[in-house]
Design a protein around this ligand. Structure first.
Ligand code: SF4
Ligand code: SF4
Length: 381
């Protein structure tokens, strides 16, 4: 654990001026106001009907919708900040047992960071990391999909620290992508994010400090998580974590509780992505690049100033609409997407320390059939 300034992890990717991202241009928000995507929006947000196709049965649909219940009903972290479980201030009923105006003195931020991580994991986080809040990743404007309100956005100045959490998605369900069953893996993680981050925020408030739980509602979660040492950015546009690969969903808590920050990590992802391209080959929407990293944006959904493989969110969203749900093929096929096991630990170590073996490892991954789509019906047998 090293105390670093803001943006030290992402500095590896930054090659130009970063303009803060406008939430209105995030693809799901954009589909609400841009007439170019009216048709896709109607299909994507409209009712779905079971089909005679593996992964699209009535029980698959029911599980997918049920898995999103907490996020759609009480979280709203994929929509707008400061609402539901992501409220910036707790309800009175949740604080009346706490003594007002008592602040826990923090003599040792390293000790406090360990406690915060302990509590985050107790509440359900798979991974936790801490960074200084880099304001460049905070949205410049918020966009309310219910009211269409679009206005300048700032986090409170005192929230200097960002606690990033990653929640693992179910491996077995994710393997059925692009089905409704895979969408249930995503939905459960999104439903648990407001639970984990709101309880973690409430723990910090109990120590007498400000804490703001957040999903995708206030800032770009991936660069914050990179700064917090949770992983690297892959060709598929996802955070690749050492233990779960890209099979995670992200959230964070912003706070003024004095904490010690984590350093960025590098474990060979960029080098592996340069030769791999599996996600690009298996992307049904042709939204992932085959070539080199670039700073060139596909459209207004991409942020600027960052050297990466930008995703074409327009194409990705169009496929999601066409598929009546979602897709996580780029997560399913990724060689970093593995369950726990010593043999996978050895391979990760080799990718990190012996990059000359990357091609061999990739061949082995193909030969052993990792990343192949699993039958969704098998889940219900
Ligand atoms: S979610 Fe599916 S369509 Fe979108 S980038 Fe990934 S593989 Fe392509
Ligand atoms: S599938 Fe391959 S290229 Fe794509 S993110 Fe994973 S390792 Fe990188």
């Amino acid at each position: 654990m090293k105390d670093l300034g803001p943006g030290k992890g992402t500095s590896f990717y930054i090659v130009g001026e970063i303009s803060r991202f406008d939430q209105k241009n995030e693809m799901f928000k954009r589909s609400m106001w841009d007439p170019q995507f009216e048709q896709e929006r109607k299909i994507y947000y409209g009712p779905s009907y079971p089909k005679e196709k593996d992964g699209f049965s009535q029980e698959d649909l029911a599980l997918f919708v049920a898995s999103w219940y907490l996020e759609w009903g009480f979280g709203f972290g994929t929509a707008i900040h400061n609402k539901g479980l992501f409220s910036w201030d707790p309800p009175q009923s949740a604080v009346r047992r706490l003594p007002p105006d008592i602040k826990r003195k923090v003599a040792d931020p390293y000790w406090m960071s360990r406690q915060v991580k302990r509590v985050a994991k107790y509440f359900g986080a798979s991974e936790v990391g801490i960074s200084m809040t880099d304001r460049r990743w905070v949205y410049s404007h918020s966009y309310n999909i219910e009211t269409g309100e679009h206005r300048e956005f700032e986090l409170p100045e005192e929230c200097k620290y960002s606690i990033s959490v990653a929640l693992e998605m179910d491996y077995r369900l994710a393997k059925t992508s692009p089905t409704w069953l895979a969408r249930a893996a995503e939905g459960k993680a999104y439903s648990m994010l407001p639970v984990v981050t709101s309880m973690l925020a409430q723990f910090i408030r109990g120590l007498g400090y400000r804490a703001i739980p957040s999903g995708n509602d206030s800032a770009l979660s991936i660069p914050l998580a990179i700064d917090a040492g949770l992983g690297e950015l892959g060709r598929n546009g996802c955070l690749i974590t050492p233990r779960h690969g890209p099979r995670v969903r992200l959230g964070q808590v912003f706070t003024d509780l004095p904490l010690a920050c984590d350093g960025p990590i590098r474990f060979g992802v960029i080098e592996f992505c340069e030769i791999c391209r599996k996600c690009a080959k298996h992307c049904p929407g042709h939204a992932i690049m085959q070539g080199e990293r670039t700073t060139q944006a596909h459209n207004i959904c991409n942020s600027t100033g960052v050297l990466k493989w930008p995703i074409n969110a327009e194409k990705c969203f169009s496929f999601w609409a066409q598929n009546r749900g979602s897709c996580m093929n780029c997560i399913r096929v990724c060689p970093f997407n593995k369950v726990a096991g010593w043999q996978h630990e050895v391979v990760r170590w080799l990718i990190h320390h012996v990059p000359t073996l990357d091609r061999l490892i990739l061949m082995g991954d193909e030969l052993l059939g990792y990343g192949k789509k699993a039958r969704a019906a098998g889940y219900w047998d």
